[in-house]
Design a protein around this ligand. Sequence first.
Ligand code: 4AD
Ligand code: MG
Length: 457
Amino acid sequence: MTQAKIKYLLEDNSPHKVGSNVTIQGWVRTLRDQKKFAFIELNDGTSLANIQVIADSSLNNYLEIVEKVGTGAALKITGDLVESPGKGQSVELKAQNIEVVGLCDPSFPLQKKRHSLEFLRSIAHLRPRTNALGAVARIRNTLFMSSHRFFQERDFLSVQTPIITASDCEGAGEMFRVTTLKEGEKDASKDFFGKPAYLTVSGQLNAEAYALAFSNVYTFGPTFRAENSNTSRHLAEFWMLEPEMAFANLEDICKLSEDYLRYVLKDLLKNNFKDLELFDKFIAKGLIAKLEHVASNPFEILNYTDAITILEKSNKKFDYPVKWGIDLQSEHERYITEEHLKKPAIVINYPKDIKAFYMRNNDDDKTCAAMDVLCPGIGEIIGGAQREERHDVLVDKIKAMNLDPKTYQWYLDLRKYGGAPHAGFGLGFERLIQYATGMENIRDTIPFPRAPRQADF
Ligand code: 4AD
Ligand code: MG
């Protein structure tokens, strides 16, 4: 008897040959009783496809199986692998023994084949057992592992930056407070950390300290934003992948971002083709062709100023009027990538007044060395910059944004003690998954989404 995972049974070059005896464990997707025998579709999460099991009525617990076992039940099945006469599957399992591990109450909500993604969000503890969310989870896993591999292969040190912080990295005041003060107590000096503390919005500032010791680093962890935006692209808790390179400039991170995206998408096409086919078929027609195109063609690099000119010349009526100095809104980003370029773009050199304090001022005194990677259908998936490495310029920038230089003392030290030009970016991991799957709503790309008024499960 060999324990087998269903994905290996179904592979063309399966290590389990026809005729071999195997044991599988998983959950029933469907059970059809044909009187003389029953067909059971079993799934163990290792692949999108189920294996078909034939349960003959001669099995000693046959009656229990057809009467009590339904969709959702957990089974352990031993049997012989046989060639399948049916279309769409190469092998099936002829059961010799079926152990009912866990029955499934008839109230199990996943009885029918298709449910709306919205409904599935209300049963986030059960939705991983559907085809769509199962495929998302496997795609997420592949992207997670190939992200690490990409940076490890390039000698980037993986660094774990803190989740609780006292500094607002983005200076945008969108932080969740962390406190042990009781209701009515206001004195922050009596709080756990002796001052106000928050959940981090980005690991960047800490990653910079490590980049200035290890040259190239990356941090990949959860980040938190208390922005009250109930959109299909925002989460209150999301994962961010943030590489940081010392002795590097804007051009270097543009190249890194493009190499990274192409690498992980290629890997995904190689490892999760069947999962991607599901999305291509039911969620986003043409998805695979799009990913293949992106994985093998250069991105467009565009100056912010040129992006504005393109928008002005478009003769389109935007909700947010276009003029030099505005922050690009999602409608602008989408016009540029979906209608004008029809591919991802890296927009660089944004006006300094609309970007974060740490971005390096350009010599024109109007723009800064920022970069955003914009993708069709999503908009921004990466935001980054060359960092301001000049101590005094940085102090002025902190003050100009009404932030307190005292809270950034340690960060300023990095410019005093062997400071070096450095640059990095942050990739919104769920936005990448959205892009890779074509999922409309970011809440379907993370197992248990956190958003305004949504912290169940
Ligand atoms: O552009 P952002 O705000 O950049 C930073 O936080 C930098 N400190 C990163 C760095 O340079 N190390 O965020 C980076 C990315 C965005 O491009 C977007 O993809 C994602 O994080 N993001 C969100 N994803 C989901 N929900 C939200 N509320 C997000 N806010 C940003
Ligand atoms: Mg940004």
